[in-house]
Design a protein around this ligand. Structure first.
Ligand SMILES: *Cc1c(COP(=O)(O)O)cnc(C)c1O
Length: 238
C-alpha cells in the first residue's frame, strides 16, 4: 500500500471539494481512522506529517498508541461504554461518539478526577438506522439541555455516520440535516459550535461541500482493513 500516494490523492480531493464549496482547506481536518491497522501504518503516516488519528475501540487504542510516535494525538470515534470512560479520558484528545446522557455524565466525572476538560462531539443517527449508535435528533436536543451544564465537558459539535451507499449524493441530505441540527444545538448552548465531523472514504467530498470540519477516513487512505476481528458497529466486549 503506497500511503504517500493515497494521502496525496486524498489531500487533492479535499482541496478540490473545498474549492467547489469556496471553503478554506485549512478549515477541514483530515482524521485518519487507523482502526484495525498496524502501528507501522500509523508510523508511516506520522512520517508524512500527520499527527492526528482516530480509533474506534479503547482496547485497541490502548495497545496501539504506545507503539506509535509519542507526539500523536488521538480521537475516539467508536461507541464508548461507560466502563471504558476512565481510559478514554486518559488516551483521547476528543471523544466524538457521545450518544447518551449517562455516557456524558461518566466522561464528565472521569475528566474531573483527571483534572481535565474533555472536548466532545454528540453523535447523531440522522437516518434513524436500526442497530446503529447515535442520538435521534429530537433526543439529542433534549439531552443537550442536561449535558450542556456539565463542567468538565467542552461540547464542540456533532458527528454522524451516513448510511453506506454507492452514491455519495445520497448522503448529502444527511449532512445537511446535521448542519441544521448544529444550529439548533447552538441555540441551546448559546455559543457557536466549531465542529461537524462527517464524511468517510465514500462520501467525504460531499460532506466537505456541506460544511464538514473533520473528515474521518480509513480505507481510502490505508487501503482495506486487514481481516477485522470485529463487526463494524458492534459494541466492544467488556
Ligand atoms: C471506520 C470508521 C471510519 C472510516 O471509515 P472508512 O469508510 O474506512 O473511511 C469513519 N468513522 C468511523 C466512526 C468509523 O468507525
Amino acid at each position: 500500500m503506497d500511503l504517500a500516494a493515497n494521502l496525496n490523492a486524498i489531500q487533492m480531493r479535499i482541496e478540490a471539494a473545498c474549492a467547489r464549496a469556496k471553503r478554506d482547506p485549512a478549515a477541514v481536518t483530515l482524521l485518519p481512522v487507523s482502526k484495525s491497522q498496524p502501528p507501522q501504518a500509523v508510523r508511516e503516516l506520522a512520517n508524512l506529517g500527520l499527527n492526528l488519528f482516530g480509533e474506534n475501540k479503547v482496547q485497541e487504542a490502548r495497545a496501539k498508541i504506545p507503539l506509535c510516535p509519542g507526539h500523536l494525538r488521538w480521537h475516539m470515534v467508536g461507541h464508548l461504554q461507560t466502563n471504558k470512560c476512565r481510559d478514554a479520558v486518559g488516551i483521547f484528545e476528543m471523544i466524538q461518539s457521545v450518544d447518551s446522557l449517562g455516557l456524558a455524565q461518566e466522561i464528565n466525572r472521569r475528566a474531573g478526577q483527571a483534572a481535565k476538560t474533555m472536548p466532545i462531539l454528540l453523535e447523531a443517527n440522522i437516518a434513524g438506522e436500526a442497530g446503529k449508535f447515535g442520538y435521534n435528533p429530537d433526543a439529542l436536543l433534549e439531552e443537550l439541555e442536561q449535558i450542556n451544564p456539565l463542567k468538565r465537558l467542552e461540547i464542540q459539535g456533532l458527528m454522524v455516520i451516513a448510511p453506506w451507499t454507492r452514491d455519495p449524493e445520497k448522503a448529502r441530505p444527511i449532512f445537511r440535516q446535521l448542519r441544521d441540527l448544529k444550529k439548533n444545538c447552538e441555540q441551546i448552548v448559546g455559543a457557536p459550535l466549531p465542529h461537524l465531523s462527517m464524511g468517510m472514504s465514500g462520501d467525504f467530498e460531499v460532506a466537505i461541500e456541506e460544511g464538514a470540519t473533520i473528515v474521518r477516513i480509513g480505507t481510502a487512505l490505508f487501503g482495506p482493513r486487514p481481516q477485522s476481528k470485529q463487526t463494524e458497529a458492534a459494541p466492544e466486549n467488556a
